[in-house]
Write a protein that binds this ligand. Structure first.
Ligand code: MG
Length: 382
């Protein structure tokens, strides 16, 4: 049973290109299925979350991260009476626009694209589903519903919002997206905060002792140790993380339910008209989760070893962009065709966007190979 304020097929703003309704699925299930069958989705397997793909087989990748986000978001959606299919579709698509090498790749590409309007992974996720996935006979992109596209576009600068039409409008009007979109955004943070602790400890870059400085971790870790004094480190960390996820999910459900009741929203339009989002942590949990993020930023994302890899990722991304922007003939034939179309429009920015799309679409290992093929004379492969 879904709540009256949930997104529903009946109140959907539909697809850009009108299609007959699916016969055995809902519209949002169809969105999810198109996302799963896209090439962008398969590439997530070989894109960095924090650790570059070749650093180890057990670390999260963008793909396993997206699946974890979908799991957490769906559980909460079901409890709050929200649309689970839409929630899942947004979660699986939310990182499709990520470059190779995670945030290092995004920062490097953004710097390269500065003269041409910049590069933002969130906006790129929308571009992937709207334009770059191109295999349907009747339309460009995946032709997803408005609600899935709205959820994918989590944030957006005002200057970009003005060029995006329907999904950009809320950033201009300062209104809210659906509860499903709000939920997926926070489920993303719950997922990465917790799995980055797990990956961080596995890598040896952060220790249990260090983490005990963070209250959220210390509280549950100490409880686990009190209950099972002889438990080994692996199991202790896992038990702590599962309880942290549980406490954040419970807090999110309770606080959001109270907010929804207090706001008196009845329909999705009421949700959109609110001044603030309704899916939220309590102030206390918000503060604790911020402290955890700060800890991870200082001790893991900026760790010396991660930083060295980040530096290499910057160099590869910049070098690839520079090579292609200066010489279109280096691009694969298919991308040269896009490039010549862009050149005809005589806008340097359009051509730069073709290059950015190509570089952003690369997986970590493809970017490393491409760099080697282009710049290493002893590499015989073209
Ligand atoms: Mg994410």
């Amino acid at each position: 049973m879904i709540a009256s304020y949930a997104a529903s097929v009946e109140t959907s703003r539909g697809r850009q290109y009108v299609e007959p309704s699916p016969t055995y699925r809902t519209e949002y299930q169809r969105d999810r299925d198109r996302i799963i069958h896209s090439t962008g989705f398969r590439r997530l397997e070989y894109k960095t979350q924090v650790f570059v793909n070749h650093e180890g087989d057990l670390y999260r990748t963008r793909l396993t991260h997206s699946i974890e986000v979908a799991q957490i978001a769906r559980s909460i959606a079901r409890t709050l009476g929200l649309n689970e299919d839409l929630t899942e579709a947004i979660a699986l698509a939310h990182d499709l626009g990520h470059t190779p090498f995670g945030h290092a790749g995004q920062d490097a590409l953004n710097a390269c694209m500065k003269p041409y309007g910049g590069f933002e992974h969130n906006l790129q996720s929308l571009r992937v589903v709207d334009h770059l996935e191109n295999k349907y006979a009747e339309f460009q992109g995946l032709n997803l519903t408005f609600e899935t596209r709205e959820g994918v576009l989590k944030h957006c600068a005002l200057k970009n919002a003005q060029m995006l039409g329907d999904v950009g409008q809320r950033f201009i009007d300062k209104t809210q997206p659906s509860l499903e979109a709000q939920l997926t955004n926070i489920a993303d943070q719950v997922a990465y905060n917790n799995h980055d602790i797990d990956d961080g400890i596995r890598s040896g870059l952060i220790s249990i002792e260090q983490l005990r400085e963070v209250r959220l971790f210390a509280e549950y870790y100490d409880q686990v140790k009190w209950k099972y004094p002889d438990l080994d480190d692996n199991k202790s960390v896992h038990e702590t993380i599962r309880q942290m996820i549980g406490s954040q999910v419970t807090d999110l459900i309770q606080t959001s339910q109270q907010n929804i009741t207090a706001a008196g929203v009845v329909t999705i339009d009421d949700v959109r008209a609110q001044n603030e989002t309704l899916i939220r942590f309590s102030d206390e949990m918000f503060a604790q989760s911020r402290l955890m993020k700060k800890f991870l930023r200082e001790n893991l994302y900026f760790h010396h070893q991660v930083y060295r890899m980040t530096r290499k990722a910057h160099q590869i991304t910049e070098a690839l962009f520079d090579a292609f922007i200066n010489d279109a003939k280096l691009l694969p034939p298919e991308h040269q065709a896009y490039a010549s179309k862009a050149k005809k429009s005589e806008s340097e920015a359009d051509y730069a966007r073709v290059v950015a799309d190509y570089v952003a679409g690369m997986t970590d290992r493809f970017a490393i190979k491409e760099y080697d093929r282009l710049f290493n004379m002893s590499n015989q492969l073209l």
